[in-house]
Design a protein around this ligand. Sequence first.
Ligand SMILES: C[S@@+](CC[C@H](N)C(=O)[O-])C[C@H]1O[C@@H](n2cnc3c(N)ncnc32)[C@H](O)[C@@H]1O
Length: 401
Amino acid sequence: VSTLDWTGRRFEVSVDAVAHGGHCVARHEGRVLFVRHTLPGERVLVEVTEDRGGSFCRADAVSVLSAAPERVAAPCPYAVPGGCGGCDWQHVTEAGQCALKAAVLAEQLSRLAGVEWEVEVEPLAGGPLHWRTRTRLAVDATGHAGFRAHRSHRVVPVADCLIAAPGTVDAVVSRTWRPGGELEITLDADAHTHVVEHRPAPGRRRPTTRVVAGGERVTERAARREWTVATTGFWQAHFDAADVYAEVVAEWAGLARGDVAWDLYSGVGLFAAVLAEQVGPQGTVLAVESVAAATADARRNLADLPQVRVVTGRVEQSLAGTPDPRTVVLDPPRKGAGRRVVEAIATRRPASVVYVACDPAALARDVATFAEHGYRLTALRAFDAFPMTHHVEALAHLTMH
Ligand SMILES: C[S@@+](CC[C@H](N)C(=O)[O-])C[C@H]1O[C@@H](n2cnc3c(N)ncnc32)[C@H](O)[C@@H]1O
C-alpha cells in the first residue's frame, strides 16, 4: 500500500482484463489501476486521476502505445480523458463492446454466484448511436447544459450527444438555463420531445420542476399496447428495449389460464400486461411499484385487464397475504432486490422466476441467494441496451430444482 499520492503521475502499463464499471485492470509497482479509455491487451501511457491511498487507484489512458484490434476512433469529441463521463466504450467496435459486457457479466456470475455461464450480449436494433430516448443533463454555473465528468460534479458543456435521439439534446443545449439546474429530455413514441427543468430552489430541499416543452405525460408503444407514462417517470431508455424484454418475459413466463403471477417493481405495468394476457381473465396478476404516479399510470394503462391488481408500495412490504404465484417477474433498480425480497419470493415456491437486471453484480448476488433456496439459472439473455456505456441489461430465468 502506497503512502504517496500518485494523482497526476504518468507511466506505461500493460492492460489486463475488463472490470465492472467501464474500465480495465492494470498493475504498477504492486498496485491495481482501474484504467479508462483503454482495452484489454493494450500497452498505454496512463495518468492517475484519483488516488485515495488504498490498494488501487484510478487512471486514464492518455496515449495508446499498442492498440487492441477492437479499437476505433471515438465518434464523440467529448469522450476523452477529462471529458464527458457518460460513455465508457466510445473507442470500441460494437462487437467489441458486446464482448466486454459479456466478459463482465460472466465474471460477476462466476465470482459472486459460483455460476459458470457462457454469456452472449446481443445488440438491440439501430446501432450504437442515437438510441437514447431519455437523457438527463446538468447545467453549469454559466447556464450551459452538458454532462458530468467521470466521478465528478463538474459539468462538461456539449453541443450535442451522439447516443441521444437526434434533435433532442442539440435543441436543448442551444440556449442557456438557470445555473445549477438539471434538464430531463424525453422523446416519445410519436417523436414529440418533452423537456422538464429541475431548478434549484434556495432554502428548499427539493428543486422546483416545470415542463418547458411537451407535456406532463408521454405516450409510448410496446408489447402491442399503448402506454401513458409521466414525463419524469421510468420507461426503458433504449427505443427498442421495452419490446424486446416483453418478448423474453412472455417466452419464459410459461403461464396457463387461471394462474397467479407477480410483476414486482412494475413501473407503469409493462410486464404485468404480458403476464395478464397469459393468465387470462380467470387469472391474477399482482403488480407492485413504489412510485404512486407510476401505479396511477399503470391502472389507466391496464384498465382493460381486470385480472391485474396494482399495488402502490415497496415490494418489501407488499407481498404478505397475497396468493402464491406460479411465475414472478422482477425488475428492480440498480441495487437489486436484495436478500429480504429474494427470500420472500423463494419461500412462496414459484415454479419460474424471470429476473430483469440492469446491474450484473446485483443480479449475481441475488442469483446466489435464489440458489440457497433451490433455484437454478436455466436461461440468460443479455442485451446491449446502453451502447457506448458500460451498462448492460440481463434477463435471467431461474427455475426450482
Ligand atoms: C427498472 S424500473 C422497472 C419498471 C418496469 N418493469 C418497466 O420495465 O417499465 C424499477 C422500478 O422499481 C421501482 N422501485 C424501486 N424500488 C422499489 C421498491 N422497493 N418497491 C417497489 N418498487 C420499487 C421504481 O420506481 C421503478 O419504477
